[in-house]
Design a protein around this ligand. Structure first.
Ligand SMILES: O=P(O)(O)OC[C@H]1O[C@H](OP(=O)(O)OP(=O)(O)O)[C@H](O)[C@@H]1O
Ligand SMILES: O=C(O)c1cc(=O)[nH]c(=O)[nH]1
Length: 481
Protein backbone atom coordinates (compact mmCIF):
# COMPACT_ATOMS: atom_id res chain seq x y z
CA UNK A 1 0.00 0.00 0.00
CA UNK A 2 1.41 3.43 -0.83
CA UNK A 3 1.86 6.19 1.76
CA UNK A 4 -1.20 8.12 0.68
CA UNK A 5 -3.55 5.14 0.87
CA UNK A 6 -2.02 4.03 4.18
CA UNK A 7 -2.57 7.51 5.59
CA UNK A 8 -6.15 7.67 4.31
CA UNK A 9 -6.88 4.27 5.89
CA UNK A 10 -5.36 5.40 9.17
CA UNK A 11 -7.34 8.69 9.15
CA UNK A 12 -10.50 6.72 8.50
CA UNK A 13 -9.82 4.00 11.06
CA UNK A 14 -9.03 6.41 13.92
CA UNK A 15 -11.27 9.21 12.58
CA UNK A 16 -8.40 11.55 13.23
CA UNK A 17 -6.31 14.18 11.48
CA UNK A 18 -3.91 14.34 14.43
CA UNK A 19 -0.27 13.34 14.21
CA UNK A 20 2.19 12.95 17.04
CA UNK A 21 5.79 14.21 17.11
CA UNK A 22 7.88 11.45 18.70
CA UNK A 23 10.87 13.41 19.89
CA UNK A 24 13.31 12.24 22.58
CA UNK A 25 13.88 15.74 23.86
CA UNK A 26 15.49 15.37 27.32
CA UNK A 27 14.25 18.85 28.25
CA UNK A 28 10.62 17.74 27.98
CA UNK A 29 11.04 14.36 29.68
CA UNK A 30 8.46 14.21 32.50
CA UNK A 31 9.96 13.93 35.99
CA UNK A 32 8.37 10.53 36.73
CA UNK A 33 10.36 8.95 33.85
CA UNK A 34 13.75 10.17 35.07
CA UNK A 35 16.34 7.68 36.33
CA UNK A 36 20.09 7.17 35.85
CA UNK A 37 19.77 6.01 32.22
CA UNK A 38 18.53 8.82 29.97
CA UNK A 39 18.20 6.64 26.85
CA UNK A 40 16.09 4.07 28.71
CA UNK A 41 13.98 6.88 30.21
CA UNK A 42 13.37 8.45 26.81
CA UNK A 43 12.54 5.05 25.37
CA UNK A 44 9.97 4.35 28.10
CA UNK A 45 8.44 7.76 27.64
CA UNK A 46 8.15 7.46 23.83
CA UNK A 47 6.70 3.96 24.10
CA UNK A 48 4.07 5.14 26.53
CA UNK A 49 3.17 8.02 24.17
CA UNK A 50 2.68 5.50 21.35
CA UNK A 51 0.57 3.21 23.58
CA UNK A 52 -1.64 6.07 24.73
CA UNK A 53 -2.16 7.62 21.28
CA UNK A 54 -2.20 4.78 18.73
CA UNK A 55 -6.01 4.61 18.60
CA UNK A 56 -6.54 8.34 18.23
CA UNK A 57 -4.02 9.64 15.70
CA UNK A 58 -3.33 9.07 12.01
CA UNK A 59 0.49 9.32 11.88
CA UNK A 60 3.72 9.63 13.86
CA UNK A 61 6.51 12.07 13.13
CA UNK A 62 9.88 11.39 14.79
CA UNK A 63 12.41 14.20 14.35
CA UNK A 64 15.75 12.76 13.31
CA UNK A 65 17.78 15.60 14.86
CA UNK A 66 16.69 14.73 18.41
CA UNK A 67 17.85 11.13 17.95
CA UNK A 68 21.12 12.14 16.27
CA UNK A 69 21.84 14.52 19.14
CA UNK A 70 21.98 11.51 21.48
CA UNK A 71 24.78 9.90 19.45
CA UNK A 72 24.90 6.20 18.58
CA UNK A 73 22.49 5.24 21.41
CA UNK A 74 20.09 7.83 19.96
CA UNK A 75 20.13 6.14 16.55
CA UNK A 76 19.44 2.81 18.25
CA UNK A 77 16.61 4.50 20.11
CA UNK A 78 15.20 5.67 16.78
CA UNK A 79 15.09 2.10 15.45
CA UNK A 80 13.42 0.87 18.64
CA UNK A 81 10.88 3.70 18.54
CA UNK A 82 10.02 3.01 14.91
CA UNK A 83 9.57 -0.67 15.75
CA UNK A 84 7.11 0.21 18.53
CA UNK A 85 4.76 2.03 16.14
CA UNK A 86 1.87 -0.20 14.95
CA UNK A 87 2.60 -1.13 11.34
CA UNK A 88 -0.68 0.25 9.95
CA UNK A 89 0.10 3.80 11.13
CA UNK A 90 2.29 5.79 8.75
CA UNK A 91 5.58 7.29 9.92
CA UNK A 92 6.81 10.64 8.63
CA UNK A 93 10.47 11.12 9.46
CA UNK A 94 11.22 14.78 10.04
CA UNK A 95 14.70 15.01 8.59
CA UNK A 96 15.02 17.96 6.21
CA UNK A 97 18.54 16.93 5.24
CA UNK A 98 19.12 18.89 2.08
CA UNK A 99 22.51 17.85 0.92
CA UNK A 100 22.20 17.18 -2.79
CA UNK A 101 25.18 14.82 -2.86
CA UNK A 102 23.70 12.51 -0.27
CA UNK A 103 20.06 12.54 -1.28
CA UNK A 104 20.18 9.11 -3.01
CA UNK A 105 21.92 7.34 -0.13
CA UNK A 106 19.79 9.12 2.45
CA UNK A 107 16.61 8.14 0.55
CA UNK A 108 17.79 4.52 0.54
CA UNK A 109 18.58 4.65 4.26
CA UNK A 110 15.23 6.09 5.33
CA UNK A 111 13.01 4.18 2.91
CA UNK A 112 14.64 0.75 2.74
CA UNK A 113 16.39 0.43 6.12
CA UNK A 114 14.40 2.58 8.53
CA UNK A 115 11.31 1.77 6.44
CA UNK A 116 9.54 5.03 7.19
CA UNK A 117 6.62 5.99 4.96
CA UNK A 118 7.51 9.61 4.31
CA UNK A 119 10.23 12.14 4.95
CA UNK A 120 10.30 15.93 5.21
CA UNK A 121 12.67 17.78 2.87
CA UNK A 122 13.87 21.34 2.39
CA UNK A 123 13.16 22.76 -1.06
CA UNK A 124 16.17 24.97 -1.61
CA UNK A 125 18.13 22.53 -3.77
CA UNK A 126 15.08 21.98 -5.95
CA UNK A 127 13.76 18.95 -7.78
CA UNK A 128 17.22 17.35 -8.12
CA UNK A 129 17.24 16.76 -4.39
CA UNK A 130 13.67 15.48 -4.22
CA UNK A 131 13.75 13.13 -7.23
CA UNK A 132 15.87 10.37 -5.57
CA UNK A 133 13.21 10.08 -2.86
CA UNK A 134 10.34 9.84 -5.34
CA UNK A 135 11.88 6.79 -6.95
CA UNK A 136 10.36 4.88 -4.02
CA UNK A 137 6.81 4.81 -5.33
CA UNK A 138 5.16 3.67 -2.11
CA UNK A 139 6.78 6.40 -0.07
CA UNK A 140 6.33 10.15 0.02
CA UNK A 141 7.98 13.46 0.80
CA UNK A 142 6.75 16.62 2.48
CA UNK A 143 8.33 19.81 1.19
CA UNK A 144 8.89 22.54 3.75
CA UNK A 145 7.13 25.63 2.38
CA UNK A 146 6.75 27.85 5.33
CA UNK A 147 7.82 28.11 8.97
CA UNK A 148 6.43 30.28 11.75
CA UNK A 149 9.66 31.62 13.27
CA UNK A 150 10.01 35.37 12.95
CA UNK A 151 13.54 35.14 11.55
CA UNK A 152 12.29 33.28 8.47
CA UNK A 153 10.01 36.10 7.34
CA UNK A 154 12.75 38.07 5.60
CA UNK A 155 13.23 35.12 3.25
CA UNK A 156 9.83 33.50 3.06
CA UNK A 157 7.85 36.69 2.48
CA UNK A 158 10.35 38.02 -0.07
CA UNK A 159 10.00 39.66 -2.61
CA UNK A 160 6.33 40.70 -2.75
CA UNK A 161 3.12 40.25 -0.80
CA UNK A 162 1.48 38.94 -4.02
CA UNK A 163 4.01 36.20 -4.68
CA UNK A 164 6.13 35.55 -1.62
CA UNK A 165 8.82 32.89 -1.77
CA UNK A 166 6.77 30.42 0.30
CA UNK A 167 4.00 30.45 -2.33
CA UNK A 168 6.57 30.10 -5.11
CA UNK A 169 7.86 26.98 -3.30
CA UNK A 170 4.31 25.59 -3.28
CA UNK A 171 3.82 26.34 -6.97
CA UNK A 172 7.17 24.95 -8.03
CA UNK A 173 7.11 21.82 -5.89
CA UNK A 174 3.73 20.79 -7.34
CA UNK A 175 5.65 20.04 -10.54
CA UNK A 176 8.07 17.71 -8.76
CA UNK A 177 5.76 14.87 -7.73
CA UNK A 178 2.21 13.62 -7.68
CA UNK A 179 -0.23 14.49 -4.88
CA UNK A 180 0.12 10.93 -3.58
CA UNK A 181 3.88 11.30 -3.24
CA UNK A 182 4.48 14.93 -2.47
CA UNK A 183 2.82 16.89 0.33
CA UNK A 184 3.58 20.27 1.88
CA UNK A 185 4.83 21.11 5.35
CA UNK A 186 3.40 24.40 6.53
CA UNK A 187 4.36 25.91 9.86
CA UNK A 188 2.13 28.83 10.73
CA UNK A 189 -0.28 30.21 13.28
CA UNK A 190 -1.91 32.31 10.58
CA UNK A 191 -4.99 30.84 8.83
CA UNK A 192 -4.53 33.32 5.98
CA UNK A 193 -1.21 31.74 5.03
CA UNK A 194 -2.77 28.28 5.11
CA UNK A 195 -5.67 29.49 2.97
CA UNK A 196 -3.32 30.99 0.37
CA UNK A 197 -1.38 27.73 0.17
CA UNK A 198 -4.57 25.69 -0.05
CA UNK A 199 -5.86 27.83 -2.91
CA UNK A 200 -2.62 27.35 -4.87
CA UNK A 201 -2.45 23.62 -4.10
CA UNK A 202 -6.04 22.34 -3.69
CA UNK A 203 -4.95 18.74 -4.26
CA UNK A 204 -1.99 18.53 -1.85
CA UNK A 205 -1.76 17.01 1.56
CA UNK A 206 -0.70 19.70 4.02
CA UNK A 207 1.10 18.82 7.23
CA UNK A 208 0.45 21.78 9.52
CA UNK A 209 3.12 22.67 12.08
CA UNK A 210 3.42 25.21 14.89
CA UNK A 211 -0.29 26.01 14.85
CA UNK A 212 -0.42 25.92 18.66
CA UNK A 213 2.34 28.51 19.01
CA UNK A 214 -0.35 31.21 19.12
CA UNK A 215 -1.39 29.97 22.59
CA UNK A 216 -4.93 30.80 23.61
CA UNK A 217 -5.39 32.93 20.47
CA UNK A 218 -5.48 29.86 18.27
CA UNK A 219 -8.85 29.19 16.67
CA UNK A 220 -8.75 25.62 15.42
CA UNK A 221 -11.90 26.08 13.36
CA UNK A 222 -10.27 28.90 11.40
CA UNK A 223 -7.18 26.77 10.83
CA UNK A 224 -9.31 23.88 9.59
CA UNK A 225 -11.48 26.07 7.37
CA UNK A 226 -8.32 27.49 5.79
CA UNK A 227 -6.40 24.26 5.37
CA UNK A 228 -8.87 21.47 4.65
CA UNK A 229 -9.44 20.54 1.04
CA UNK A 230 -12.85 20.45 -0.62
CA UNK A 231 -13.44 16.92 0.68
CA UNK A 232 -12.86 17.93 4.28
CA UNK A 233 -9.46 16.28 4.56
CA UNK A 234 -5.95 16.73 3.17
CA UNK A 235 -4.74 18.42 6.37
CA UNK A 236 -2.72 16.88 9.20
CA UNK A 237 -2.82 18.58 12.59
CA UNK A 238 -0.02 18.22 15.17
CA UNK A 239 -0.75 17.26 18.76
CA UNK A 240 0.60 20.15 20.90
CA UNK A 241 4.03 19.17 22.23
CA UNK A 242 3.27 20.11 25.86
CA UNK A 243 0.48 17.50 25.96
CA UNK A 244 3.09 14.71 26.06
CA UNK A 245 4.32 15.78 29.48
CA UNK A 246 0.84 15.74 30.98
CA UNK A 247 -0.84 12.81 32.78
CA UNK A 248 -3.89 11.17 31.10
CA UNK A 249 -2.51 11.78 27.59
CA UNK A 250 -5.11 9.53 25.96
CA UNK A 251 -7.96 11.60 27.44
CA UNK A 252 -6.44 14.88 26.23
CA UNK A 253 -5.90 13.52 22.73
CA UNK A 254 -9.42 12.19 22.51
CA UNK A 255 -10.84 15.59 23.53
CA UNK A 256 -8.68 17.32 20.94
CA UNK A 257 -9.75 14.84 18.27
CA UNK A 258 -13.42 15.42 19.18
CA UNK A 259 -12.93 19.18 19.04
CA UNK A 260 -11.36 18.96 15.58
CA UNK A 261 -14.02 16.61 14.24
CA UNK A 262 -16.77 18.82 15.63
CA UNK A 263 -15.22 21.91 14.04
CA UNK A 264 -14.87 20.03 10.76
CA UNK A 265 -18.50 19.02 10.66
CA UNK A 266 -19.59 22.56 11.52
CA UNK A 267 -17.48 23.96 8.70
CA UNK A 268 -18.97 21.52 6.22
CA UNK A 269 -22.53 21.83 7.36
CA UNK A 270 -22.16 25.64 7.13
CA UNK A 271 -20.76 25.58 3.60
CA UNK A 272 -22.68 22.47 2.59
CA UNK A 273 -20.75 22.11 -0.63
CA UNK A 274 -18.60 19.07 -0.14
CA UNK A 275 -18.75 15.37 0.35
CA UNK A 276 -17.16 14.85 3.78
CA UNK A 277 -15.43 11.90 5.25
CA UNK A 278 -17.17 11.41 8.58
CA UNK A 279 -19.93 8.79 8.46
CA UNK A 280 -22.23 10.93 10.60
CA UNK A 281 -22.10 13.89 8.24
CA UNK A 282 -23.38 13.25 4.76
CA UNK A 283 -24.25 15.44 1.83
CA UNK A 284 -26.58 13.85 -0.67
CA UNK A 285 -25.95 13.29 -4.35
CA UNK A 286 -22.27 14.25 -4.52
CA UNK A 287 -20.02 11.65 -6.03
CA UNK A 288 -17.10 10.55 -3.81
CA UNK A 289 -14.81 11.08 -6.79
CA UNK A 290 -16.14 14.58 -7.44
CA UNK A 291 -12.65 16.06 -7.43
CA UNK A 292 -11.46 13.69 -10.17
CA UNK A 293 -14.58 14.31 -12.27
CA UNK A 294 -13.98 18.07 -12.13
CA UNK A 295 -10.31 17.66 -12.97
CA UNK A 296 -11.12 15.45 -15.97
CA UNK A 297 -13.49 18.12 -17.19
CA UNK A 298 -11.00 20.91 -16.53
CA UNK A 299 -8.22 19.23 -18.52
CA UNK A 300 -10.57 18.76 -21.47
CA UNK A 301 -11.31 15.04 -21.28
CA UNK A 302 -15.06 15.60 -21.17
CA UNK A 303 -16.47 17.74 -23.94
CA UNK A 304 -20.04 18.82 -24.59
CA UNK A 305 -21.21 19.62 -28.16
CA UNK A 306 -22.24 17.59 -31.17
CA UNK A 307 -19.83 14.69 -31.83
CA UNK A 308 -19.99 11.75 -34.23
CA UNK A 309 -19.05 8.52 -32.47
CA UNK A 310 -17.28 5.49 -33.93
CA UNK A 311 -20.65 3.80 -34.27
CA UNK A 312 -21.83 6.64 -36.55
CA UNK A 313 -24.30 7.93 -33.96
CA UNK A 314 -24.15 11.60 -32.92
CA UNK A 315 -23.92 12.26 -29.17
CA UNK A 316 -24.04 15.64 -27.37
CA UNK A 317 -20.64 14.87 -25.79
CA UNK A 318 -17.29 13.25 -26.47
CA UNK A 319 -15.03 11.69 -23.88
CA UNK A 320 -11.34 11.88 -24.71
CA UNK A 321 -9.43 10.14 -21.95
CA UNK A 322 -6.30 10.01 -24.07
CA UNK A 323 -5.48 13.48 -22.72
CA UNK A 324 -4.83 12.33 -19.16
CA UNK A 325 -1.28 11.29 -20.02
CA UNK A 326 -0.33 14.95 -20.42
CA UNK A 327 -1.34 15.78 -16.87
CA UNK A 328 0.55 13.59 -14.38
CA UNK A 329 -1.57 14.66 -11.39
CA UNK A 330 -4.83 13.69 -13.02
CA UNK A 331 -3.26 10.58 -14.51
CA UNK A 332 -2.10 9.50 -11.10
CA UNK A 333 -5.55 10.04 -9.59
CA UNK A 334 -7.07 8.01 -12.42
CA UNK A 335 -4.65 5.16 -11.69
CA UNK A 336 -5.63 5.23 -8.02
CA UNK A 337 -9.30 4.94 -8.97
CA UNK A 338 -8.62 1.86 -11.16
CA UNK A 339 -6.33 0.41 -8.51
CA UNK A 340 -9.10 0.44 -5.91
CA UNK A 341 -11.22 -1.77 -8.16
CA UNK A 342 -8.35 -4.03 -9.22
CA UNK A 343 -7.37 -4.66 -5.62
CA UNK A 344 -10.59 -6.60 -5.11
CA UNK A 345 -10.07 -8.83 -8.16
CA UNK A 346 -7.90 -11.86 -8.86
CA UNK A 347 -5.79 -12.09 -11.99
CA UNK A 348 -2.33 -13.07 -13.22
CA UNK A 349 -1.83 -10.40 -15.84
CA UNK A 350 -3.25 -7.08 -17.02
CA UNK A 351 -4.19 -6.42 -20.64
CA UNK A 352 -4.71 -2.95 -22.11
CA UNK A 353 -6.95 -2.25 -25.09
CA UNK A 354 -5.08 -0.21 -27.72
CA UNK A 355 -4.46 2.58 -28.10
CA UNK A 356 -6.25 4.87 -25.69
CA UNK A 357 -5.88 2.77 -22.57
CA UNK A 358 -2.33 1.50 -23.08
CA UNK A 359 -0.69 4.24 -20.96
CA UNK A 360 -3.18 3.58 -18.17
CA UNK A 361 -2.62 -0.16 -18.34
CA UNK A 362 1.14 0.46 -18.25
CA UNK A 363 0.81 2.72 -15.20
CA UNK A 364 -1.28 0.10 -13.44
CA UNK A 365 1.16 -2.65 -14.32
CA UNK A 366 3.98 -0.66 -12.70
CA UNK A 367 1.94 0.25 -9.65
CA UNK A 368 0.61 -3.24 -9.02
CA UNK A 369 3.85 -4.95 -10.04
CA UNK A 370 1.73 -7.04 -12.40
CA UNK A 371 2.87 -8.10 -15.90
CA UNK A 372 1.16 -6.53 -18.90
CA UNK A 373 0.15 -7.73 -22.34
CA UNK A 374 -2.02 -6.24 -25.05
CA UNK A 375 -3.96 -7.58 -27.99
CA UNK A 376 -3.02 -5.68 -31.15
CA UNK A 377 -5.68 -3.79 -33.05
CA UNK A 378 -4.23 -4.95 -36.36
CA UNK A 379 -1.61 -7.65 -36.90
CA UNK A 380 1.58 -6.43 -38.57
CA UNK A 381 2.69 -7.95 -41.87
CA UNK A 382 6.32 -7.91 -40.71
CA UNK A 383 8.36 -8.85 -37.66
CA UNK A 384 6.87 -11.43 -35.31
CA UNK A 385 3.27 -10.81 -36.54
CA UNK A 386 1.98 -11.42 -33.07
CA UNK A 387 -1.66 -10.88 -32.24
CA UNK A 388 -0.81 -10.38 -28.57
CA UNK A 389 2.25 -8.42 -27.46
CA UNK A 390 4.08 -9.40 -24.29
CA UNK A 391 4.69 -12.79 -22.75
CA UNK A 392 2.07 -15.00 -21.15
CA UNK A 393 1.17 -18.63 -20.49
CA UNK A 394 -2.10 -20.09 -21.74
CA UNK A 395 -4.47 -20.77 -18.84
CA UNK A 396 -3.59 -17.53 -17.04
CA UNK A 397 -6.31 -15.11 -16.00
CA UNK A 398 -6.20 -11.63 -17.47
CA UNK A 399 -7.93 -8.48 -16.20
CA UNK A 400 -8.73 -6.23 -19.16
CA UNK A 401 -8.29 -2.47 -18.79
CA UNK A 402 -9.99 0.01 -21.11
CA UNK A 403 -10.85 3.67 -20.69
CA UNK A 404 -14.49 3.84 -21.69
CA UNK A 405 -17.38 1.56 -22.62
CA UNK A 406 -19.54 3.01 -25.39
CA UNK A 407 -20.85 -0.03 -27.28
CA UNK A 408 -18.43 -2.49 -25.65
CA UNK A 409 -17.17 -3.54 -29.10
CA UNK A 410 -13.48 -2.72 -28.47
CA UNK A 411 -13.15 -4.57 -25.18
CA UNK A 412 -15.15 -7.49 -26.47
CA UNK A 413 -12.90 -7.83 -29.53
CA UNK A 414 -9.80 -7.50 -27.34
CA UNK A 415 -11.07 -10.08 -24.87
CA UNK A 416 -11.89 -12.52 -27.68
CA UNK A 417 -8.31 -12.24 -29.02
CA UNK A 418 -6.96 -12.98 -25.54
CA UNK A 419 -9.28 -15.95 -25.19
CA UNK A 420 -8.28 -17.29 -28.59
CA UNK A 421 -4.71 -17.44 -27.22
CA UNK A 422 -5.85 -19.66 -24.34
CA UNK A 423 -6.15 -16.94 -21.70
CA UNK A 424 -9.08 -16.59 -19.29
CA UNK A 425 -10.87 -13.25 -19.21
CA UNK A 426 -13.35 -12.59 -16.45
CA UNK A 427 -13.08 -8.94 -15.44
CA UNK A 428 -13.10 -5.77 -17.53
CA UNK A 429 -12.24 -2.52 -15.77
CA UNK A 430 -12.97 0.90 -17.25
CA UNK A 431 -12.97 4.45 -15.98
CA UNK A 432 -16.29 5.45 -17.54
CA UNK A 433 -19.37 3.44 -18.38
CA UNK A 434 -21.64 5.12 -20.85
CA UNK A 435 -24.34 2.66 -19.65
CA UNK A 436 -27.13 1.86 -22.12
CA UNK A 437 -26.99 -1.78 -21.11
CA UNK A 438 -23.36 -2.39 -22.14
CA UNK A 439 -22.41 -4.08 -18.87
CA UNK A 440 -25.36 -6.46 -19.20
CA UNK A 441 -24.33 -7.30 -22.77
CA UNK A 442 -20.79 -8.01 -21.62
CA UNK A 443 -22.13 -10.21 -18.85
CA UNK A 444 -24.09 -12.20 -21.45
CA UNK A 445 -20.69 -12.97 -22.99
CA UNK A 446 -19.25 -14.00 -19.63
CA UNK A 447 -17.44 -10.74 -18.76
CA UNK A 448 -17.94 -8.84 -15.52
CA UNK A 449 -17.43 -5.13 -16.21
CA UNK A 450 -16.45 -2.68 -13.45
CA UNK A 451 -16.38 1.09 -13.82
CA UNK A 452 -15.22 4.01 -11.72
CA UNK A 453 -18.01 6.33 -12.94
CA UNK A 454 -21.03 6.27 -15.14
CA UNK A 455 -21.49 9.08 -17.61
CA UNK A 456 -24.73 9.99 -15.80
CA UNK A 457 -22.77 10.48 -12.53
CA UNK A 458 -20.28 12.66 -14.36
CA UNK A 459 -22.85 14.94 -15.95
CA UNK A 460 -24.82 15.18 -12.70
CA UNK A 461 -21.66 16.28 -10.85
CA UNK A 462 -20.64 18.74 -13.57
CA UNK A 463 -24.10 20.26 -13.57
CA UNK A 464 -24.24 20.52 -9.76
CA UNK A 465 -20.82 22.15 -9.69
CA UNK A 466 -21.74 24.65 -12.39
CA UNK A 467 -19.32 23.34 -15.03
CA UNK A 468 -22.11 22.65 -17.55
CA UNK A 469 -25.35 24.52 -18.04
CA UNK A 470 -28.88 23.20 -17.94
CA UNK A 471 -29.15 22.90 -21.73
CA UNK A 472 -26.03 20.69 -21.85
CA UNK A 473 -27.27 18.63 -18.94
CA UNK A 474 -30.70 18.12 -20.50
CA UNK A 475 -29.20 17.29 -23.91
CA UNK A 476 -27.19 14.55 -22.24
CA UNK A 477 -30.27 13.22 -20.44
CA UNK A 478 -32.28 13.16 -23.67
CA UNK A 479 -29.53 11.27 -25.45
CA UNK A 480 -29.72 8.61 -22.77
CA UNK A 481 -33.39 8.07 -23.67
O1 LIG B 1 -17.16 0.60 -26.41
P1 LIG B 1 -16.71 1.04 -27.77
O2 LIG B 1 -17.85 1.40 -28.67
O3 LIG B 1 -15.77 0.08 -28.41
O4 LIG B 1 -15.95 2.43 -27.57
C1 LIG B 1 -14.95 2.59 -26.61
C2 LIG B 1 -13.59 2.50 -27.23
O5 LIG B 1 -13.42 3.60 -28.11
C3 LIG B 1 -12.18 4.24 -27.83
O6 LIG B 1 -11.16 3.74 -28.61
P2 LIG B 1 -11.04 4.09 -30.17
O7 LIG B 1 -11.74 3.04 -30.96
O8 LIG B 1 -11.51 5.48 -30.37
O9 LIG B 1 -9.54 3.93 -30.45
P3 LIG B 1 -8.19 4.42 -29.74
O10 LIG B 1 -8.21 3.88 -28.35
O11 LIG B 1 -7.17 3.75 -30.56
O12 LIG B 1 -8.14 5.90 -29.79
C4 LIG B 1 -11.93 3.93 -26.38
O13 LIG B 1 -10.55 4.01 -26.09
C5 LIG B 1 -12.51 2.57 -26.18
O14 LIG B 1 -11.56 1.55 -26.40
O1 LIG C 1 -15.78 5.14 -29.98
C1 LIG C 1 -16.46 6.04 -29.58
O2 LIG C 1 -17.60 6.28 -29.97
C2 LIG C 1 -15.92 6.91 -28.48
C3 LIG C 1 -14.65 6.75 -28.04
C4 LIG C 1 -14.19 7.57 -27.02
O3 LIG C 1 -13.04 7.48 -26.55
N1 LIG C 1 -15.02 8.49 -26.51
C5 LIG C 1 -16.27 8.64 -26.94
O4 LIG C 1 -17.02 9.51 -26.44
N2 LIG C 1 -16.71 7.85 -27.93
Amino acid sequence: MNFFDKLQASIFQNQSLLFVGLDPNPELLPADYKSEDIIADLHNWLESIIRETADFVCAYKPTLGFYEALGVPGLELLEKTLAAIPSHIPIILDAKHSDLNTSSVFARRVFTQLNVDAVTLSPYTGQDHVAPFLVYLDQAVFILCCTSNAGAEALQKYPTEELPLYLQVVKESRNWGTPEQLGLEVGTTNPEILARIRSVAPERLIMARSIWAGGSNINIKEILAAGLNSHGDGLLIPVPQDMFSQPKLADHIQSLRAEINQAKSEIFSETSTCAVWLPDVSVVNLHPQQDLILKLYDVGCIMFGSFVQASGATFPYYIDLRKIISNPQVFNQVLTAYEKILNSLEFDRLAGIPYGSLPTATGLSLRLHCPLIFPRKEVKAHGTRRLIEGNFDPGETVAVVDDILITGKSVMEGAEKLKSAGLNVRDIIVLIDHEQGVKARLLDHGYQAHSVFTLAEITETLYQCGRINQAQFLAFRESQG
